[in-house]
Design a protein around this ligand. Structure first.
Ligand SMILES: CC(C)(COP(=O)(O)OP(=O)(O)OC[C@H]1O[C@@H](n2cnc3c(N)ncnc32)[C@H](O)[C@@H]1OP(=O)(O)O)[C@@H](O)C(=O)NCCC(=O)NCCS
Length: 147
């Protein structure tokens, strides 16, 4: 999209917070953003002038496992190809450090599966793989606290 600049960097905690507020994913504390960013491999931000309009980041071991997380495009900028630019950019970055047996994972939000299929992501379960599974960490100690 014209005028949108991609930057090879992670968002600042406050930029991430600003974008996350546009979703219904719930709040995080500034400390949680800061600590999570410290443990992130790399990310991409899209800017319209000074304004951050999209972000995504990659966590993992930097060799065999890469997980795409927190893909967010500001709602007033959605449908203009920015999400595609962001994912393509991350996949190119992953390709530079990927090994022959590396895998790229993500959890699609409900209704976003088709967006990711465009890049070659496969739905699980499939013939060869079981379903993706997740556990809210609060439930490790307090079962069923988080549903
Ligand atoms: C999902 C999201 C990242 C897509 O970003 P975007 O910038 O709007 O997507 P693009 O404009 O690059 O869309 C590219 C194509 O994917 C399609 N697409 C976008 N969202 C889609 C969806 N939910 N289902 C199917 N197709 C979708 C578009 O129609 C477009 O198709 P076209 O090229 O034929 O016109 C964005 O809607 C978003 O940030 N949503 C809120 C947060 C979120 O749910 N993130 C995903 C977490 S898993």
């Amino acid at each position: 999209m014209d005028g949108i600049l991609l930057q090879d960097r992670l968002p600042l905690p406050e930029e991430w917070e600003e974008l996350r507020r546009t979703t219904n994913w719930g709040d995080r504390t500034t400390d949680e953003y800061r600590i999570a960013l410290q443990g992130t491999l790399f990310g991409v931000c899209a800017l319209d002038g000074q304004k951050i309009v999209a972000m995504a980041r990659v966590v993992g071991d930097g060799a065999l496992c890469f997980q795409i997380q927190d893909v967010i495009v500001d709602p007033s900028y959605q449908g203009k190809g920015i999400g595609t630019m962001v994912i393509e950019h991350l996949l190119e970055a992953i390709q530079t450090s990927a090994l022959p047996n590396s895998s790229v994972y993500l959890f699609a939000s409900k209704g976003k599966e088709a967006f990711y299929r465009r890049f070659g992501f496969l739905d699980r379960p499939c013939e060869d793989c079981g379903p993706g599974m997740a556990l809210c960490a609060a439930n490790i100690i307090y079962p069923n606290r988080c549903k």
